[in-house]
Design a protein around this ligand. Structure first.
Ligand SMILES: [Zn+2]
Length: 61
């Protein structure tokens, strides 16, 4: 049992998700900032902000 609360520290929440207007790929804000330039894997650079229904995001693909 190991649960960590990431929202404990930091004033900015990172659970902002952007969706590519072209292919619809969801990219989180943290992933975008790690990239050298704001760009989707398809090459498109226009994103729309997506609000996740739940605050907690679970990586289970
Ligand atoms: Zn795309």
């Amino acid at each position: 049992m190991s649960e960590e609360n990431f929202e404990e520290s930091g004033k900015e929440s990172f659970d902002v998700v952007y969706s590519c207007l072209r292919c619809g790929t969801n990219v989180s804000n943290t992933e975008l900032t790690r990239l050298p330039e704001i760009k989707c894997i398809c090459g498109f650079r226009v994103f729309t902000k997506v609000r996740p229904p739940v605050a907690k995001t679970i990586k289970a693909i």
